[in-house]
Design a protein around this ligand. Structure first.
Ligand SMILES: O=C(O)CCC(=O)C(=O)O
Ligand SMILES: [Fe+2]
Length: 316
């Protein structure tokens, strides 16, 4: 289960939980918060003062218009978003097929279905367990992924479906996905409703910002009529990384690929307030170098790949 390592979720005994709640340790959802009364701190995301919005066209994170960072931007590499990766009809069919299997209760008001090997991330132990492959309905989806250059030779060995519902206050805390087992590209298919993936870092390093005019100069050249006023002196500004949150807007039916800095340096999260209606996300993960040809555990990697790509799986 990737999200466990990803989010560092812990087992903990906080007494009986209400029906429908799968929270453990410090996590909570609307159901257990209601039961406890008064809510809990940590149910809402920490507010970061510097709000940026990821711009798909330029690959920059751009200061939100109503904020103190309007007019400022910085490069945000490692994000690829493919709109309309599946059609409305395919989306409905995928959800119908997912719903034929049970959803297990998970942390923070989520439900999940996992198709993947048995993993202990803490001890770095891995075995196939009862994994019998990705589900048959993913065969075409995985084949389609491979037609995009960014997903060349993308061979997933895990699929994790997560189900988010506003009534349960579903969310996922900021985390990095594991990188011992999982490789460079994290791929997620967004179904049923749009949401926002919130990117943040704990590091106190300074992030150098460019004024939007400077950014246009670099990307468009000096003769672009869109450039606006470039005559002023180039100004600079910086902000501490841990003050920044970058919103990546994810339309329904889009496919998101995170790699590089967006995968390894920036944590990702879905805040509760960004689940406005039922949402399902299917995340696909590939193996890290250790499990690929030439790596220490290539045989185990090959075995897992063969199982995964038989597409005969049921949730583990
Ligand atoms: O729901 C999402 O888009 C993110 C899921 C995620 O980060 C994870 O499963 O590790
Ligand atoms: Fe994740």
């Amino acid at each position: 289960m990737a999200a466990a390592a990803a989010g560092g979720e812990r087992r903990g005994d906080r007494g009986a939980r209400p029906r429908g709640c799968g929270c453990k340790g410090v996590r909570s959802c609307l159901l257990c918060e209601r039961e406890r009364g008064g809510g809990v701190s940590g149910a809402l995301p920490p507010q970061k003062p510097a709000h940026f919005i990821y711009c798909l066209e330029t690959g920059f994170a751009v200061g939100a218009e109503d904020s103190a960072f309007a007019g400022w931007a910085f490069p945000f590499p490692g994000v690829t978003l493919i709109r309309d990766f599946v059609s409305v009809e395919e989306e409905a069919e995928l959800v119908r097929l997912m719903d034929q299997d049970d959803w297990k209760l998970s942390q923070s008001g989520r439900r999940k279905q996992d198709y993947g090997p048995r993993v202990n991330f803490r001890k770095q132990k891995l075995k196939p367990g009862s994994f019998d492959g990705l589900p048959s309905f993913s065969r075409e989806i995985v084949q389609r992924m491979g037609t995009y250059p960014i997903l060349e030779r993308f061979l997933p060995v895990e699929q994790c479906n997560l189900d988010y519902h506003p009534e349960r206050g579903s969310a996922i805390d900021p985390h990095l996905d594991d990188s011992w087992l999982w490789g460079e590209r994290l791929v997620s298919l967004n179904l049923l409703s749009p949401t926002v993936l919130s990117m943040s870092q704990d590091s106190g390093e300074r992030l150098q910002l460019l004024s939007v005019a400077q950014q246009r100069t670099r990307s468009s050249g000096p003769n672009d009529p869109e450039m606006g006023d470039l005559s002023g002196s180039p100004s600079t500004r910086s902000v501490s990384c841990d003050q920044v949150e970058v919103a990546i807007h994810l339309p329904a039916r889009s496919l998101l690929v995170l790699s590089g800095a967006a995968r390894y340096q920036w944590k990702h999260a879905i805040h509760r307030q960004h689940i406005e209606s039922h949402r399902i996300c299917a995340t696909f993960r590939e193996l890290s170098a250790e499990f690929c040809p030439g790596g220490k555990q290539e045989e185990l990697g090959q075995e897992l790949l063969e199982i995964a790509l038989s597409f005969q799986g049921k949730p583990v």
